[in-house]
Design a protein around this ligand. Structure first.
Ligand code: GAR
Length: 204
């Protein structure tokens, strides 16, 4: 049995590429059914095309958040999506959307949450002077960068790091971490207990 995924992205879509590669290799028991974006020129749309996955730009102009999210839901439902995967989606989801897919939306954030929530986690880490940062895959709840954590991967901050070098190191880690977290989530169906996930087997 494969799980139907819907990708929602505002950006380059590199995480999407790695998810699709894992799907095609047969290592990920999932199928990306649709890619939705709020940016007409999002790289995610090009990657979707490359992999022959339907991709749609949903224009947010003049729409309130709930109206926009209703459109997203219509597309995701029509595609039979069971699990929503956010990859660099820069809009805040409405409570209605989060409730509709309660416990079935994953997001990736480029820091070890709860540190450095919000925008530009790379600059936040560099300015704070941490020695380690990383990436977090978490379930989306009604607060930003907040829901229960599925998986984290630490990444070192080096002395001469620039914004670009740190970003590149974290994003390399993300390309492995996201497919791994999605696979764990689908296969082990963890229960949500408050802020924690209860795994059927030992956590990896
Ligand atoms: C990723 O680094 C992801 O962690 C970040 O956007 C990038 C998307 O890259 N997400 C956020 O900052 C969300 N708060 P991609 O479009 O190439 O997959």
């Amino acid at each position: 049995m494969t799980t139907s995924l819907g990708i929602v992205s505002s950006g380059r879509g590199e995480n999407l590429r790695y998810i699709l590669q894992e799907e095609q290799s047969g290592r990920l028991p999932a199928q990306v059914k649709i890619v939705l974006t709020d940016q007409p020129d999002a790289g995610a749309l090009k990657i979707a095309k490359e992999f022959c996955v339907p991709g749609n730009f949903i224009d947010p102009t003049n729409l309130r958040r709930e109206e926009y999210d209703k459109k997203l839901i219509t597309h995701l439902e029509a595609a039979g999506v069971e699990l929503v995967i956010l990859t660099g989606y820069m809009r805040i989801l409405s409570p209605q959307f989060v409730r509709h897919y309660k416990g079935r939306i994953l997001n990736i954030h480029p820091a070890l949450l709860p540190s450095f929530r919000g925008m530009d986690a790379f600059s936040q880490a560099l300015e704070y002077g941490v020695k380690w940062t990383g990436t977090t895959i978490h379930i989306v709840d009604e607060d930003v960068d907040h829901g229960p954590i599925v998986y984290q991967k630490p990444v070192p901050v080096l002395e001469n790091d620039t914004h670009e070098s740190l970003k590149a190191r974290i994003q390399r880690a993300e390309y492995k971490a996201y497919p791994k977290a999605i696979k764990m989530f689908i296969e082990e169906k963890p229960k949500i207990s408050g802020r924690k996930l209860v795994w059927q087997r030992e956590e990896k």
